[in-house]
Design a protein around this ligand. Sequence first.
Ligand code: PLP
Length: 475
Amino acid sequence: MPKVAKKQQEPSGPFGDMFPYRETFGIYRELPRKSRQPEDVMRELRSIAREEDARWQTGQISGTYYHGGIEHYAYLNRVFSLFSHVNLLQRDLCPSGTKFEGEVIAMTARMLGAELARENDPQADICGAITSGGTESIILPMLAYREKAKAERAISSPEMVVPDTIHPAFSKGAHFFGIKLIRVPVGPDYLADVDAMRRAIGPNTIAIAGSAANYPHGLIDPIEKLSYLALEAGVGLHVDSCFGGFILPWIAKLGYEIPPFDFRVPGVTSMSCDTHKWGYGLKGASVVLYRNRGLRRRMYFSMTDWQGGLYASPTVPGSRSEGISASTWAAMVTLGEEGYLKATRRIMKAADTIKSGVAKIPELKIIGQPTYCIAFTSDKVDIYHVNDFLAERGWRLNGLQKPAGFHLCVTLPQTLPGVATRFVRDIAAGVEYAKNPPATPARSGAVYGGGAASLDPSMVNELMLAWLDASTEVP
Ligand SMILES: *Cc1c(COP(=O)(O)O)cnc(C)c1O
């Protein structure tokens, strides 16, 4: 056991206890003097992992653990271990990396209409790259659009027009690359307001974007209308399918009405699609796709005069583990269409149970007509009290704001027997609780990735930053 450096501190701050292992396993503030035995370290890690896995294995955690099969994860980890130590930057040493990545990109492109795109557009030549996650798959096309507009239209103050439900990665990319992001409020149907977006387009617009589906409400923006708009304005159109790319095609195949959102739509020039969500791969991978190679070139970086030699890399990182790409490839070929369809059928069955169950609760409203990610709001009760009640019952949902609400993103753990019906029962009981709420304000808020932390709105930003600090420090 490591030595525990004692420092007394209140174990639970405004964000809850961020360091629950201090008593059981101590805290490292410096490297241990002596080496530790791997078995000893593994005992510690196994105990931590078991405890944290038990939390989501109830099926009561929204999103994030998309597959949830321990065997599946163990299999992907075995694949990972074969290539974990290999650096994809040194591609001559691992031609296997080109096989895995090229095939993951090709399979993803085909799933998102790459072949059918040619019927409308003979120039279409869908290509892409593997990135570290959805955020990178979003910010790289932003860079590409900026560079293209600079070269071809001499635009020095680039702007992008997006619906305000779009993922914060767009704001992050705009911040990184000096792009002005114009976030246009969505319409009363919670979808991108195409006319308002048209009015926001100006001479400096480099691209527009929409989601299929968006994170807050799981809704698909009117991509075909956005496509007309993009073609009419002569700008790019990015479709953020981080959240939907690997499930909407299968939902459509099952016979649900899903409007076209991919490269079949002629104005779509780039897409982001996360393998580490519904692709059921390990965390740390996503696919960015472009309609043609010229646009993809705009995101590349290369340098010829460095003492260290010639340097070129397509995406943000330099060194990358081949294990991620190999395990993503393995997830895709192991599941195949058959596996994705089977998983999607289970997810939609659970989602349909939840939607029809909640439809019978008059105090609750489902936002729009969602498929697998269902957002709830209410104008009758304080919805955050409902979320508080659900949190007490072990549910961890994702808080929303404007309007106040929360969503349940149905993943495979929610398809376990009884989970969907338990949710309907508990949310109904939560509404009863919220009808006669306690005197204290609801604890639930709307922190992305933070579950149900309590925040005073006037200090939100400062607290968010303090939270990031706290996430990287020992107490
Ligand atoms: C998850 C998600 C992203 C960002 O993905 P990360 O992998 O977290 O970087 C972008 N857009 C939507 C709609 C998402 O759900």
